[in-house]
Design a binder for this molecule. Structure first.
Ligand SMILES: Cc1cc2nc3c(=O)[nH]c(=O)nc-3n(C[C@H](O)[C@H](O)[C@H](O)COP(=O)(O)OP(=O)(O)OC[C@H]3O[C@@H](n4cnc5c(N)ncnc54)[C@H](O)[C@@H]3O)c2cc1C
Ligand code: FES
Ligand code: FES
Length: 1338
């Protein structure tokens, strides 16, 4: 053993030698903190988001090959990279040397917004290109499946990556034999020369070529080391943990004898998350390094033997090869495994995780174990005592000691037998999202018939997700032996399996009825699959499947993607150097892509900096009986614990109308409320100590969690809001029909990629405090910090360089944390940093309000709605935050695009014991709009009309009046609607969908079109005021500062465009450093789609002042440069600095009279979406979306289109897959991306087209532009209604004609359970109240 081992590896071509490494350290903090390579980002810490992707390269001295693979640095123990070369985003290119083509293209194709996900995306793409310089689109989507982006909607990222594919412009759509290159866009004509519209947002011609010879070579030293160095076990000892890396099998077995309880760390993708999130601790770990015996691949006489150390990605390649090489009948099990390996996690995890680790972990939702179990696999075990084989069977999966590994044994390899003739193996899974999501239920099934006998000789069925581990339905299978393969057998099988695989109503994970239904639905799919093959093999003896049933067989999997954009070119008369209206790349695009863009936690540590970790309430409503800090304080490195006692007199702050406590004291009102905060020398110490704070609670009543409970307890925030127009009661008397209904909408997590981050730095002089925060609202941070420090605001400055996504979530909760952090910094006179972990962030900061909408509509038989009565209830959580404003906005925007002549809408914000919900993109509109559209869909169903027709009939006329009596010109709304109909070929496709539905029983398609009218404006003029400061320096360069925050929406880019136009300076001469309360005071919140508009007007004002001052100088020397003019102005004592100001738009609303002029303008749009659903599993596939928007004169079409797409995909997530889950005690279960699923690259529509309406109106706004940030989110509901359409078709075919109530999000669970059939009828149902459910609907 090499006890004094040195850890040696390379990072970006440089050797790193680490003598005192702590085995508990992961590569990500090592890169970020130790090597100061901050391009690699922290997004989740659990392998789920891809922000930390790096490339690992290893040399194999036996094969003499180098393997490059993507990996999640957050799960890689630094000790495991000995001998490896690591490449981070900084290693492939930089603005200081040369940028890499991947970095260039992702930036220039507008694939970055906030940029926080970009380095991870770049590294995934880069690694793919290292292995496949000419990738296919399938490889591309596969490579990016493990990388989340919350801003872009992925389309521009795919476009950038597609430029590397040899078929870059092509959809590669082979399904219908037609390629996109052979057809115009949906039958629309190709662009003519001189066309006023443009279909390109970037120009490929200028891209750097990809030259594989330019890449970093694998360090020769590492090759020599691998070839020549003596094989000695390395041991690294830390404070608490010892890491042993044996390099020979003998040493590994010896280590296992010595430390039988030590886990064998391979990919660390199972052990790592358990240590990090579940508090598991191992004092010793064994991590084999390059032991060849663990990597064997042997084709034996009866099957394939695969080394336990092979990664899942390698297993996938080996199996794909085997399937090609071997006769089909031998590869049934391999094909089934391959099917799941394609969707299992993302590429990074598949490359890290080992086959052995996967099998031995025996996760309840393992995708491979059910197949390996039915495939009769055997495990080859080895210990010092010798080898033995055990079957991978039910006992092994249940960890029965007699069938398990002994502590001193390791799994060497797995034998996966070949299948035989007349043997069939299938795999099934259903997850919340297509890829990179653990299965809700999965299954492996195998049947063996005797030659031509048609009776079952052997049958094995295993399920995952329905018990503590993989469950085998052994008894059921036994009973079915000897039965012929027919419907009676299927029926018996379903009943037996449902009985054997018993799932109690309170089973962990919830979704119990859905899981029970999947159990039998999968069985049915298996039955059909096998029947089809039998028919193919022996057409005489086996009946063919009815055509329409064949639709049950194919899995819904989106493959190739293509997209088109269409926007207006700038006026040909516009000066060529004027950048307004051009698709200018995001100002920080290249820096995002090279990792040089600095976010809050990328800032270097300040001398003697401390770290703050929060301690939060674990109870929804309780009295704090005592807090014991002694254990926490006794931990080395702990400096202090800030409690409410320290904040005496300053423990509350009035953010809006009601004061809120900063730290919970005496009583806590929600799980996740901050109670105290630990300050320590390091992050690790602070987090460890936070876990040791002991709080004793006494539970209090009532605990109100749901809207229904709030209504029952009359628990509301005041006041109630009401809007009334016309005479509703009278109108109800004259209508043909009346319907009543309700819809429930779940909340949404912001899931900005950069978690809440802040650094408070006391200046050491005059009590000054600088605070660097990732926030949308610097002024509010300044105010709350000043208040808690009892200082005037002029002593506290808040600085924001950029924010890694916010979406409304970085306002008041950020202020609370910033205040506590600054308090600690002030108290100790030392800088304090606070960066929330993803789980903490999701727990503490809450998100979009869940809603309950009740409606009563009175309408005529032709679909005209004459009377509408609505009630909105939002779940506000425990304190007011912005709940009232959100509710008001929801009410004011609820009519969406429709003229309801008689309308009454009331709204109440419910006070519950949940974390306070807050602002979120769309601010109440996404909920209110969905309620209205659901009502319209119900009316349409009642009238027997397509919903689109009822939408059209009720739409605003050209000049009309809103319910609050503001005038509206809706001409462009109708225009968007008509263009969207035409662009999507709505009528033709509606007919095609109907035809498809009549021919397919188990798959249904749905098509829906939804309009949007998004009112833009704040609730007061003061809230819309903005200011700017522009300096011209003597060298002619310009510095612009304004009050808006760059959070991905490209505001700084647009602002530079504005300054460039107004001053007439080139874009490259204008710079923007960030936002600070020091340069522009009293800024408003950045939100509400108006940031660019308002601040742009302020910049315009400042620039015009300067231009006016300089005009005489310029006219004296018109051929001069800016340097000349600036110098001349200086010489003449003319100030080269000016402030600019915009007072805000007029805005008023009188809730008493129900009248107001709230909004400055309306953004119009329409979206048409088509989906396909699998009625048996609830899966859905987004086939195509067409969007037409009226955004006025776009300042930057690339940025605006990016906002529309990003918002659309976020909306699609809201309405379909993003589902929060709470325990009956109010504890949030969905505390990370492993549980909470936002859309990935696989979820976006296969075809995605955006077209901007030619600008037609002159508005009172910045260059007649419209703010684009929020409106697109509602268009995501077109996917909701397309699914609704598909589900309705399924129900109609099954004779279910009653009203259809579908709540949001429309998850696989809801889709499946709504498509009622014999299987949903077959499952046992639990009587409500007879069990305690695992989770409750909020
Ligand atoms: C983000 C993410 C997404 C995921 N998605 C999916 C998914 O969609 N579907 C799915 O099925 N799984 C999924 N997983 C789980 C993943 O498949 C497993 O974590 C992985 O296969 C475990 O392998 P490992 O090498 O990383 O194990 P490690 O964490 O290294 O080890 C796990 C355990 O196995 C033991 N062990 C490992 N090798 C041996 C050996 N040779 N002999 C004896 N014991 C051994 C160790 O002692 C340890 O107890 C996901 C995991 C993550 C982190
Ligand atoms: S931070 Fe590593 S995957 Fe999210
Ligand atoms: S740009 Fe991808 S998360 Fe912001």
């Amino acid at each position: 053993m090499d006890r004094a081992a040195e850890l040696l590896f390379y990072v970006n071509g440089r050797k790193v030698i680490e003598k005192n490494v702590d085995p508990e350290t992961m590569l990500l903090p090592y890169l970020r903190k130790k090597l100061r390579l901050t391009g690699t980002k922290y997004g989740c810490g659990g392998g789920d988001c891809g922000a930390c992707t790096v490339m690992i390269s290893r040399y194999n001295p036996v094969t003499k090959k180098i393997r490059h693979y993507p990996a999640n640095a957050c799960l890689i123990p630094v000790c495991s990279v000995h001998g490896a070369a690591i490449t981070t985003v900084e290693g492939i290119g930089s603005t200081k040397t040369r940028i890499h083509p991947v970095q260039e293209r992702i930036a220039k194709c507008h694939g970055t917004q906030c940029g926080f996900c970009t380095p991870g995306m770049v590294m995934s793409m880069y690694t793919l290109l290292r292995n496949h310089p000419d990738p296919t689109l399938d490889q591309l989507t596969d490579a990016l499946g493990g990388n989340l982006c919350r801003c872009t909607g992925y389309r521009p990222i795919i476009d950038a990556c597609k430029t590397f594919c040899n078929t870059s412009g092509c959809c590669q759509r082979k399904e219908n034999g037609v390629c996109c290159l052979n057809q115009g866009m949906n039958g629309l004509p190709e662009v003519e020369e001189g066309d006023e519209t443009s279909k390109k947002l970037f120009s490929e011609e200028e891209f750097l070529p990809l030259d594989p010879t330019q890449e970093l070579i694998f360090p020769p030293e590492l090759m020599i080391m691998a070839e020549k160095q003596p094989q000695r076990t390395r041991v690294f000892g830390g404070d608490r943990m010892t890491w042993i890396s044996p390099v020979t099998l003998k040493d590994l077995l010896e280590a296992k004898v010595k430390y039988p309880q030590a886990p064998v760390i391979m990919g660390n993708t199972s052990t790592g998350p358990a240590v990090k999130f579940k508090g598991v601790f191992h004092a010793v770990v064994i991590s084999p390094d390059r032991i060849e015996e663990l990597n064997v691949v042997n084709y034996t006489y009866n099957g394939l033997t695969l080394g336990a150390g092979l990664s899942l990605a390698q297993v996938k390649d080996i199996l794909a090869d085997a399937v090609l090489k071997l006769p089909e009948e031998k590869t049934q099990t391999y094909q089934a495994l391959l099917k799941h390996l394609r969707t299992l996690a993302g590429s990074q995890i598949r490359n890290m995780a080992s086959l052995g680790g996967h099998i031995v972990s025996r996760h309840l939702d393992s995708d491979l174990n059910p197949i390996l179990a039915v495939g009769n696999c055997t495990l080859n075990l080895l210990s010092k005592e010798g080898g033995r084989q055990i079957p991978l069977n039910e006992q092994f999966l249940r960890k029965c000691p007699s069938a398990d590994l002994k502590p001193e044994e390791i799994l060497i390899s797995v034998n996966i037998p070949y299948s035989r003739k007349w043997e069939f193996v299938s795999a099934f899974r259903q997850a919340q999202r297509q890829q990179n999501a653990l299965a809700i239920v999965n299954s492996g099934m195998r049947v063996f018939f005797g030659e031509g006998s048609g009776t079952v000789r052997e049958l094995s069925i295993s399920y995952g997700g329905v018990g503590p581990t993989t469950i085998c339905a052994k008894n059921s299978c036994q009973k079915l032996i000897g039965r012929p393969w027919n419907e009676e057998m299927l029926d018996a099988a379903c009943r037996l399996v449902l009985e054997e695989v018993f799932l109690p109503g309170s089973a962990p994970g919830g979704k119990v009825e859905f899981k029970r239904t999947l159990i039998v639905s999968f069985l049915f799919k298996f039955y059909l699959e096998v029947s089809q093959i039998l028919k193919r093999m022996d057409p005489i003896h086996y009946p063919s499947l009815e055509d329409k049933y064949e639709s049950a067989l194919e899995d819904l999997y989106s493959r190739h993607r293509w997209s088109a954009v269409n926007y207006q070119n700038v006026d040909p008369k516009q000066l060529p150097q004027d950048p307004i209206g051009h698709p200018i790349m995001h100002l920080s695009g290249i820096k995002h892509a090279t990792g040089e863009a600095i976010y809050c936690d990328d800032m270097p540590a300040v001398d003697r900096e401390l770290f703050l970790a929060t301690v939060t309430s674990s109870r929804a409503h309780a009295k704090i009986v005592s807090i014991d800090l002694s254990e926490a304080l006794s931990l080395p490195g702990v400096v202090d614990v800030v409690t409410e006692e320290h904040l005496e007199g300053v423990n509350s702050f009035c953010f809006l109308t009601k004061p809120e406590k900063l730290l919970g004291s005496e009583e806590v009102f929600w799980v996740g409320q901050i109670v105290c905060a630990v300050i320590a020398e390091s992050e690790v110490q602070a987090r460890r100590a936070a876990k040791l704070v002991k709080i004793v609670y006494q539970d209090l009543e009532p605990v109100i969690l749901t809207i229904e409970e709030a209504i029952q307890h009359n628990s509301f925030f005041e006041p109630e809001r009401k809007l009334e127009y016309g005479n509703v009661d009278e109108a109800f008397k004259v209508v043909d029909q009346i319907i009543e209904g309700e819809i429930h909408l779940g909340g949404q997590e912001h899931f900005y990629m950069e978690t809440q981050s802040m650094l408070a730095v006391p200046k050491g002089e005059d009590q000054e405090m600088d605070i660097y925060v990732s926030t949308q609202y610097p002024k509010s941070i300044q105010d709350v910090v000043a208040s808690v420090l009892k200082l005037p605001a002029n002593k506290v400055m808040c600085h924001v360089k950029r924010v890694g996504g916010a979406f409304g979530g970085k306002t008041f909760r950020t202020g609370i944390m910033a205040a506590i952090t600054a308090f600690a910094a002030n108290k100790h006179g030392r800088a304090v940093r606070c960066i929330l972990e993803r789980g903490e962030d999701m727990l503490i900061t809450a998100g979009r309000h869940p809603y309950l909408g009740k409606y009563k509509a009175g309408f005529m038989n032709d679909g005209r709605i004459l009377a509408l009565e609505m009630e909105h209830y939002s779940n506000g959580g425990a304190s007011l935050d912005e709940s009232l404003f959100v509710l008001e906005c929801g009410i004011l925007k609820m009519e969406n695009c429709y003229k309801f002549p008689n309308l009454r809408c009331r709204g109440r914000a419910c006070r519950t014991n949940l974390p306070p919900n807050t602002a979120f993109r769309g601010f109440g509109f996404p909920q209110a709009g969905l309620i209205t559209e659901s009502c319209i869909t119900d009316v349409a169903a009642k009238c027997g009309l397509p919903p689109e027709k009822v939408r059209m009939i009720n739409m605003y006329k050209e000049i009309d009046q809103t319910p609050y009596k503001q005038e509206i010109n809706a001409k462009n709304l109708t225009q968007c609607w008509k263009e969207c109909m035409a662009m999507s070929s709505y009528s033709l496709r509606k007919a095609a969908v109907e035809k498809f539905n009549s021919e397919n029983y188990w798959k249904k398609k749905g098509l829906a079109m939804v309009p949007v009218k998004y009112p833009v404006g704040f609730n007061s003029r003061a809230a819309g005021q903005a200011a700017a400061l522009v300096h011209i320096y003597l060298d002619g360069s310009v510095l612009v500062t304004h009050g808006g925050i760059e959070m991905g929406q490209g505001v700084h880019t647009k602002m530079i465009q504005v300054a460039s136009r107004e001053l007439g300076v080139p874009l490259s001469d204008v710079h923007l450093r960030g936002t600070s309360t020091e340069t522009v005071p009293n800024t408003n919140i950045s939100g509400g789609s108006l940031v660019a508009d308002l601040n742009g007007l302020a910049i315009k004002d400042a620039c015009q002042t300067l231009r006016k001052r300089l005009e005489p100088i310029i006219s004296k020397n018109p051929r001069g440069t800016w340097k000349d003019w600036a110098q001349a102005a200086f010489d003449e004592s003319i100030s080269l600095s000016a402030t600019g100001y915009f007072r805000g738009y007029e805005s008023s609303m009188n809730w008493e009279t129900g009248e107001g002029q709230m909004f400055e303008y309306f953004v119009f749009g329409a979206a048409c979406s088509e989906v396909e659903i699998d009625c048996l599993t609830g899966a859905h596939k987004n086939i195509r979306t067409d969007i037409v928007m009226d955004i006025g004169h776009s300042i930057n079409p690339a940025i605006d289109i990016g906002q529309i797409e990003g918002a659309f995909v976020q909306g699609m997530g809201l309405y379909t897959i993003e589902e929060l889950s709470y325990s009956p005690q109010g504890v949030l279960y969905t505390c990370g991306p492993d549980q909470y699923k936002i859309p990935t690259i696989c979820d976006i529509p296969t075809e995605f087209h955006i077209s901007l309406l030619p600008p037609s109106q002159n508005l009172n706004t910045l260059y007649s532009s419209k703010g684009m940030g929020e409106s697109g989110i509602f268009l995501g509901s077109s996917v909701f209604f397309a699914i609704h359409d598909a589900v309705s078709a399924a129900r109609r075919e099954r004779g279910l004609l009653g009203p259809l109530k579908l709540n949001s999000p429309l998850t696989p669970e809801k889709i499946r359970m709504a498509c009622e059939d014999k299987f949903t009828k077959m499952i046992p149902r639990d009587k409500p109240g007879s069990y305690v459910p695992w989770n409750i609907p909020i």
